[in-house]
Design a protein around this ligand. Structure first.
Ligand SMILES: Nc1ncnc2c1ncn2[C@@H]1O[C@H](COP(=O)(O)OP(=O)(O)OP(=O)(O)O)[C@@H](O)[C@H]1O
Length: 292
């Protein structure tokens, strides 16, 4: 279990990227959902001991993360938002090298570990190809392989599906959920569906604060009985935005479907629908904008 208490981070220019964040993350897939600039990367880099927060406490099982960052690093797998340089080295050699850095000194043992990882992420057949030539999806799967070296109990993955097509994205997330069986996996995204499909737990973060948390099912309860749907013509959209709290607009088959948030049926052709996680997310962002 990862436990974060009152974590605050203020950058030297005065930006309060994290504002008293408290969070408990049990084993399984945990999704961190938030718009650009919400503080997701700052939170993940801080948990991964890559930056020191202004104040707060982070514990992972028995480890006091801020007091003993090396202890956490020994059990951490991290895939940053931008993995950076992809050398013209084969996937096998690159993983082998990273395994040396993680303390696998025995060559035979390393060969077994690297081979097993390449199989697990489905890159065994391309093991002798340069990582530099991999597609986006292959790079991300390679990224997971490197994060899994040394059997970490905590894996942090920052916006892993950005730039992947839907099929690659699915494949990647399924792989991630397989490895999340008994360990804590935190991943950030602004794609709501990724969280609805795969996460046991999630938190919505905005402006450096945790706005809501819970299982996707529990989060959806927040909008139960308050989401209303209407099909309108495209040129009616602005007028509806003015009159109602429109939280979603979707174009399906040339028609515009809008979702509005209201405590009671607004009439005017709206009908009740079951809200989903996307409705919760946009309703949350709307109420924040209103409060600002
Ligand atoms: N090194 C830095 N110095 C100053 N401000 C920073 C720095 N890094 C991030 N910020 C600011 O802190 C806030 C949170 O940024 P962060 O990158 O953590 O958000 P994010 O949710 O990961 O966003 P994105 O989805 O765009 O990656 C933003 O206002 C950002 O501009």
């Amino acid at each position: 279990m990862l436990k974060i208490e009152n974590l605050t981070h203020i950058y030297p220019n005065g930006t309060r990227a994290l504002d008293s964040v408290s969070l408990e993350v049990p084993p399984g897939m945990f999704g961190l959902l938030g718009p650009n600039g919400a503080g997701k990367s700052t939170l993940m880099r801080t948990i991964a001991t890559l930056q020191v927060p202004t104040s707060g406490v982070i514990r992972f099982d028995e480890i006091d993360v801020l007091a003993t960052p090396d202890a956490l690093r020994r059990t951490l797998g991290y895939l940053p938002q931008d993995f950076g340089v992809y050398p013209r080295v084969s996937a096998f050699d690159m993983l082998d090298h990273l395994a040396v850095l993680k303390g696998y000194a025995n060559r035979g043992e390393r060969r077994d570990v690297v081979g097993a990882l390449l199989n697990q992420v489905n890159l065994w057949t391309v093991r002798n190809k340069a990582v530099a030539g991999f597609s986006g999806g292959m790079r991300q799967r390679f990224g997971i392989a490197q994060a899994l070296i040394g059997q970490p109990r905590l894996i942090i993955v920052d916006e892993p599906t950005a730039g992947l097509d839907p099929e690659e994205s699915n494949r990647f997330l399924n792989l991630l959920s397989e490895v999340a069986e008994n360990i804590v996996v935190i991943f950030s995204t602004h794609i709501v569906q990724d969280i609805a499909d795969l996460c046991q737990n999630a938190a919505i973060i905005a402006g450096g604060r945790i706005i809501s948390r819970g299982s996707p099912q529990k989060l959806v309860e927040q909008v139960r009985g308050r989401v209303w749907k209407k099909i309108i013509a495209k040129d009616e959209l602005d007028a509806h935005r003015e009159r109602y709290d429109v939280i979603a607009t979707r174009l399906t088959g040339g028609r515009t479907v809008i979702h509005a948030l209201a405590d009671a049926n607004p009439g005017d052709g709206f009908e009740a629908i079951e809200g989903d996680l996307e409705d919760v997310y946009f309703a949350t962002l709307l109420s924040l904008r209103r409060a600002a």
